[in-house]
Design a protein around this ligand. Structure first.
Ligand SMILES: Cc1cc2nc3c(=O)[nH]c(=O)nc-3n(C[C@H](O)[C@H](O)[C@H](O)COP(=O)(O)OP(=O)(O)OC[C@H]3O[C@@H](n4cnc5c(N)ncnc54)[C@H](O)[C@@H]3O)c2cc1C
Length: 391
């Protein structure tokens, strides 16, 4: 059972959501075109996001954050993700994996040092994936070797969100080449990005999600002190990472649900403005079918979001439901953005309109934080385990 967290008081939270909703519509969405051009969020917006406390949403209040409950966290991510995905990406590691790992697995000294810093908006990265290890995290090759002076890290982490501007990364590394028992030798290390031996590759060119950057982190004989080991204990890295997964899946599911709503709103607007055969295309029943089916899909995802987060707040183990929500919401978002392109017709294929970038941006939701296939396997594994236990 997780510790129950009541979160921010309801009235203050609703005011915060209202304020964020206005900020998204009046400030972030109008800035999107410029961000796509520059492939970067301008510094003044990053600072405004810090000032609004968006980097510390899940950090406990005593460490300078907002201490949101899981349902409040999901609603905040959902509100923010009506805008282009780069905004969520920028804060996602701070309020997701990094915060969870330190909060749930850090020593008192690590909490005192890092939680206030991430709440204040020092940008973080999380390094699990490697050139030879994605879904198969157990294939990880990055090594941490103990010396008199601390730990020495060597390896390459791939596709790491925020790494071009992160101040600190949580790096998963193996402390023994022995892979048995599976993942038992994977630990997590808190690694400031300005240490000698760390370099960051060129930002990768991506299909979508402009303004959010990913790159390799290369570690060559990087020396970190003993107290960089998360929780001060060997072999806990993988366990901490797994414990934080629900949080990441709820975040991606909520983001995909919100972005589908954005695409549908755009499709409805276009359908009422665009005329064919002398009338708005919204009058045609085949167009209405696409709009209605998208609405049904989004409603189902919104309902799953409310249910899984309510259960998580009540202390229920939501591993299976969080995975189900992420799979459904990300696949559903794919269908909705596809309908959006179709409603736009030829204009849906042109960069001048929004539909084609919604289509490209949404694609990654089905891949990161566990691909659809890996999550389906995980859901089935739990179902079958339960069946056999009950048989
Ligand atoms: C924009 C972006 C941001 C990212 N940010 C981060 C980050 O910040 N930190 C980080 O550590 N990683 C990050 N990643 C990496 C991401 O989590 C991985 O790409 C993802 O986990 C998939 O791993 P892979 O790319 O190695 O694919 P693979 O594991 O090679 O999978 C390829 C295909 O095979 C399927 N597959 C694999 N195994 C099985 C199986 N057993 N059964 C059925 N199908 C299977 C997969 O579903 C997929 O369709 C990011 C990636 C992108 C593109």
């Amino acid at each position: 059972m997780t510790t129950l967290n009541p979160g921010m008081d309801a009235e203050t939270f609703e005011q915060f959501i209202d304020q964020l909703q206005r900020y998204v519509r009046e400030r972030l969405i109008p800035a999107e075109r410029e961000i796509i051009e520059a492939d970067e969020i301008p510094a003044d917006i990053v600072q405004e996001m810090r000032d609004m406390g968006l980097f510390g949403l899940t950090v406990p209040e005593e460490f300078g954050g907002s201490g949101l409950s899981i349902s409040q966290y999901a609603r905040t991510v959902h509100t923010l993700s009506y805008a282009m995905p780069a905004f969520r990406s920028l804060v996602s590691i701070n309020i997701g994996m990094f915060c969870s790992a330190i909060k749930n697995g850090g020593t008192d000294a690590q909490k005192a040092e890092w939680l206030p810093r991430i709440a204040a908006g020092e940008i973080t990265s999380f390094g699990l994936t490697e050139p030879g290890a994605g879904s198969d995290a157990a294939g990880m090759q990055t090594m941490a070797v103990k010396t008199d002076k601390g730990w020495v890290l060597n390896g390459t982490k791939r596709y790491i969100t925020n790494s071009p501007y992160a101040k600190v990364a949580l790096i998963m590394a193996r402390t023994s080449k022995d892979n048995q028992p599976k993942n038992a030798h994977v630990s997590a290390f808190i690694v400031p990005m300005d240490l000698p031996g760390i370099s960051v590759g060129k930002s990768d060119k991506k299909m979508g999600q402009a303004g959010s950057q990913i790159a390799d982190i290369i570690l060559e004989d990087v020396l970190v002190p003993d107290d960089a080991l998360l929780g001060g204990e060997l072999g806990k890295g993988f366990i901490f990472a797994m414990k934080s997964l629900d949080n990441g899946r709820i975040s991606v599911g909520s983001a995909a649900t919100a972005y589908a709503r954005r695409a549908l709103d755009s499709a409805v607007r276009y359908a009422t403005e665009r005329k064919a055969f002398g009338e708005p295309i919204a009058n045609f029943q085949l167009i209405q079918q696409m709009l209605a089916q998208s609405e049904i899909d989004i409603y189902a995802a919104e309902t799953m979001m409310a249910d899984v987060t309510r259960r998580a707040d009540a202390g229920e183990n939501v591993l299976r439901k969080a995975a189900a929500f992420k799979v459904f919401a990300s696949e559903m978002c794919g269908r909705v953005v596809d309908n959006c392109v179709q409603v736009y017709g030829g204009a849906g294929y042109l960069a001048e309109y929004d539909a084609e970038r919604f289509f490209r941006d949404a694609r990654i939701y089905r891949i990161y934080e566990g691909t659809t296939q890996i999550l389906q396997l995980q859901i089935a594994k739990h179902m079958l385990r339960e069946f056999h236990a009950g048989a």
